[in-house]
Structures are given as structure tokens and as C-alpha cells.
Design a protein around this ligand. Structure first.
Ligand SMILES: [Zn+2]
Length: 101
């Protein structure tokens, strides 16, 4: 049996120490988690264990939700006002038609 080699060996080289990498992470192959942590430190990437970037978008989403709620409230107010005016308009049109037929 022959082993299939789809990717070239240069693709699986640890960018930190230059050794053969076996652990895929951040589009590279690393020999150990120590090298992954070093790579994350060099490229300002956050690891899975401590994710400060994960909490920032959550706070942003909360702020956006408040805006969305305010927009929805405004839209509902506009719709209700518009519906009242359209209903009045409709009754104004429909009443003479009702008399005719
Ligand atoms: Zn390494």
C-alpha cells in the first residue's frame, strides 16, 4: 500500500520553529501547542482558552439590540398612525360607494 501525499511537505512546516507541523491552526501546521501560542502572541491572535475579543462583539450586539428595539417601537408607532389614517381614508371612499350599490 502506498501512502497518498496530496499536499507538499513545505505546507506542513511550523512557522515558529521550522519543524514538521502536525497540528493545524490559523492556516498553518504546528509541532506543538507551545508554537501555536507563540504564533498567536506574534500575530495578536486570541486563543480559545482566553478570548477577550469574544466579549467585545457581545457588548456591541447588546447596544445594537437597544437601537433595534427603539427602531421597532418607532416603526410600530408610524404603522399604527398610518393605519388609522388609511382606515379613515378607506371609510371616506367606501361610504359613498356603499350608498351607490
Ligand atoms: Zn514548533
Amino acid at each position: 500500500m502506498k501512502k497518498k501525499q496530496n499536499s507538499s511537505p513545505t505546507d506542513k512546516i511550523d512557522p515558529i520553529c521550522g519543524m514538521k507541523g502536525t497540528i493545524p491552526a490559523h492556516g498553518h501546521y504546528f509541532c506543538s501547542t507551545h508554537c501555536i501560542k507563540k504564533y498567536e502572541e506574534q500575530h495578536n491572535l486570541s486563543s480559545i482558552e482566553s478570548c477577550p475579543a469574544c466579549t467585545i462583539p457581545a457588548k456591541k450586539w447588546y447596544k445594537e439590540r437597544l437601537y433595534i428595539i427603539l427602531i421597532i417601537l418607532l416603526i410600530t408607532l408610524i404603522i399604527t398612525l398610518h393605519l388609522q389614517s388609511t382606515l379613515q381614508y378607506m371609510t371616506q371612499i367606501l361610504t359613498p360607494l356603499h350608498i351607490l350599490f
